[in-house]
Write a protein that binds this ligand. Structure first.
Ligand code: AMP
Length: 178
C-alpha cells in the first residue's frame, strides 16, 4: 500500500503547500523519517542527493513550530552557502502558508542585513558554521530557545573540518532539543 502525504498527519497548511508544489506521494526517506520526527525521536537519515531529504526533516519542524515567539526555534547547519540557500528556500516554500519566518545565514553577505532580520524575529535559521559562530559571538544570534537542530550533509561537514565549530554551536542550544 502506498503512503500518501495525507497519511502522515501533517498540518493542513503543509499538506496544501506540498500539494501546490506538485508532490503527490512521499519519497521513501520522507515516508520512513517523517513519522519518527513527528514522534519526537532523534534520527540519522542517509539517502542519495535528490531523494527528498530536505522535506523529510523540514516538514516535521514546520509542523511543530510555534509561530511568532520571536525566538529562533529551529536551526539547520549546512556545509556550504549554496546548500544553506537551497534549504532555506525550500523551508520557506513549505512553510509559506503558515507564515514561518526563515533566514539563511552565510558568509560573503553583509552582517547588517542578517542582524536586522534576526532582531525583527526569525523562527528558523539555516546557516553555515562560520557565519553562525560569528553572529553568536556578536550576540546577534541566540540559540537558547532552539528545539530542533538539523546537521544537513553531516558527513560533508565532518570531512570539511567543521567538527569543532559544530560542537560549539550545539553546546549553545538547549540539551533537550530534538
Ligand atoms: P532534495 O533531495 O530535498 O534536494 O529534493 C530533491 C527535489 O525533489 C526537490 O526539487 C524537491 O522539490 C523534490 N521533491 C521532494 N519531495 C518530493 C515529493 N514527495 N514528490 C515530488 N518531488 C519531491
Amino acid at each position: 500500500m502506498t503512503t500518501e502525504f495525507s497519511d502522515l498527519h501533517l498540518h493542513p497548511q503543509l499538506l496544501q503547500a506540498v500539494t501546490e508544489l506538485g508532490y503527490e506521494t512521499p519519497t521513501p526517506i520522507q515516508e520512513s523519517i517523517i513519522p519518527l520526527l513527528l514522534g519526537g525521536h532523534d534520527v540519522i537519515g542517509q539517502a542519495q542527493t535528490g531523494t527528498g531529504k530536505t522535506a523529510a526533516f523540514a516538514l516535521p519542524i514546520l509542523h511543530h513550530i510555534a509561530l511568532g515567539t520571536g525566538n529562533v526555534q529551529a536551526l539547520v547547519v549546512a556545509p556550504t552557502r549554496e546548500l544553506a540557500m537551497q534549504v532555506s528556500k525550500a523551508m520557506y516554500e513549505y512553510g509559506r502558508l503558515r507564515e514561518v519566518r526563515v533566514l539563511a545565514i552565510y558568509g560573503g553577505q553583509p552582517y547588517s542585513r542578517q542582524i536586522n532580520r534576526l532582531r525583527k524575529g526569525v523562527d528558523i535559521v539555516v546557516g553555515t558554521p562560520g557565519r553562525l559562530l560569528d553572529l553568536m559571538e556578536r550576540k546577534a544570534l541566540d540559540l537558547g530557545d532552539v528545539k530542533y537542530v538539523v546537521l544537513d550533509e553531516a558527513d560533508e561537514m565532518l570531512s570539511m573540518g567543521f567538527i569543532e565549530d559544530i560542537e560549539t554551536i550545539l553546546e549553545s542550544t538547549p540539551e533537550k532539543r530534538q
